[in-house]
Design a protein around this ligand. Structure first.
Ligand code: NAP
Length: 354
């Protein structure tokens, strides 16, 4: 494993140099990897592994027709590489449990009897295991329990694989029954196309992930964008001006500079007027949100947030409810203005006229 200095703290990571694809193929040469669930992570991870030359089968409920049909369209063959959930889980020696976190709870009574001594049960999130009092997911003692959690949507896991890059993933072993849990875990992490792998525990992964998506990555992001847009509108700015100053400049220019070379680089490439204001105001904003973040982390750790997820996403109409809430965002003035702004981008303007 490589030792890398992350801002003064020495951490261990596993790159493709230490764990090349050839080594992963050797470690997993006798394994049949059963991917359960063909939603977002399922297709991405299974297709990457198939393209990398691993033995992969899919377990998907045929009655969820859209996902079954998607699997068939992606080249999985019913009865050969595509099976109902239990059949695939029984055939697999490594079982990737990639249905939604709420579905992992619902399906567990059907999954558990399919797991055989020496199998590996694989997660991409610490959710079900860490909150096992809420989910009931308690693995048998004679199997390995491992996790590789890609730090990105399944869509990016596949896209980045196809363009030759990769998504960074964390990895952890919760239970080592075979003595081979770590090498199986690392091998499957490389097999799914991870850029590099960094160690974590199931607890650290789920606490940081639930905080991140509720916080800066998604919840906080949407909230602060809305707050600024609404402020500008309240003071008489037009929708196009408010959207451009809030979202378009961020996504089309500034955040790309942050990704390229860090926050100071983005600041340094803006006017000295912008830099002066940003350097002063970042402290005000940090102080304002710190108490909210404290509350968020507490609610993640004490199971309040996972309780809400399990309750809401276990209902039969959960997908329609989520869609209705997403539509509310889509149909708001701000994001309708955004659709108009996107259409005006030079690359889209050309397309529109064709
Ligand atoms: N998305 C990410 O960024 C990300 C990143 C890393 C790890 N993960 C983890 O990866 C795992 C899978 O998540 P995901 O992103 O692929 O998407 P997901 O939408 O949370 O779940 C995937 C699939 O679960 C299916 N499902 C839901 N209820 C079901 C039920 N009762 N029976 C059978 N299947 C059911 C869904 O089908 P329907 O749509 O038909 O309900 C969907 O196809 C989760 O543990 C997640 O936390 C996700």
């Amino acid at each position: 494993m490589a030792k890398i200095d992350f801002g003064g703290t020495l951490e261990t990571v596993v790159t493709r140099d230490e764990f090349p694809l050839e080594k992963a193929r050797k470690v997993l040469k006798d394994e049949v990897i059963a991917v359960i669930g063909y939603g977002v992570q399922g297709p991405a991870q299974s297709l990457n592994m198939r393209d990398n030359g691993f033995k992969v089968i899919i377990g998907q409920a045929p009655e969820i027709k859209k996902d079954w049909d998607k699997a068939v369209k992606d080249g999985w063959k019913p009865g050969k590489t595509l099976f109902p959930i239990e059949e695939a889980a029984e055939k697999g020696t490594m079982v990737q449990y990639l249905v939604s976190d709420a579905a992992q709870k619902l399906l567990w009574p059907r999954m558990r009897p399919c797991l055989k001594k020496g199998d590996a049960l694989y997660f991409s999130h610490g959710f079900s295991i860490v909150y096992r009092k809420q989910t009931g997911v308690v693995a048998p003692k004679d199997i390995d329990v491992i996790m590789v959690a890609p730090k990105g949507s399944g869509t990016s896991v596949r896209r980045n694989f196809l363009d030759g890059s990769g998504i960074n993933s964390s990895f952890a072993v919760f239970q080592d029954a075979t003595g081979r849990a770590e090498e199986r875990c690392l091998a499957i992490g490389i097999a799914i196309g991870s850029g590099y792998l960094f160690p974590t525990t199931f607890e650290q992964e789920v606490w940081s992930d639930l905080t991140g998506e509720r916080g800066v990555l998604m919840g906080c992001l949407a909230g602060i964008l809305e707050a600024q847009y609404n402020l500008l509108r309240k003071h008489g700015h037009s929708p196009s001006e408010a959207f451009n100053e809030t979202v378009e400049e961020l996504t089309q220019s500034l955040i790309r500079l942050v990704a390229e070379n860090g926050m100071d680089w983005m600041y340094a490439n803006c006017s000295t007027t912008a830099q002066r204001g940003a350097l002063d105001w970042r402290h005000r904003f940090r102080a304002a949100v710190e108490p909210v973040f404290d509350e968020l982390y507490e609610r993640v750790k004490d199971g309040t947030e996972t309780g809400i997820v399990l309750d809401a996403n276990s209902r039969p109409d959960y997908a329609e409810k989520l869609r209705a809430e997403l539509d509310e965002i889509k149909n708001s003035e701000m994001w309708r203005a955004g659709a108009a702004v996107r259409k005006l981008r030079p690359e889209n303007w050309g397309k529109k006229k064709e």
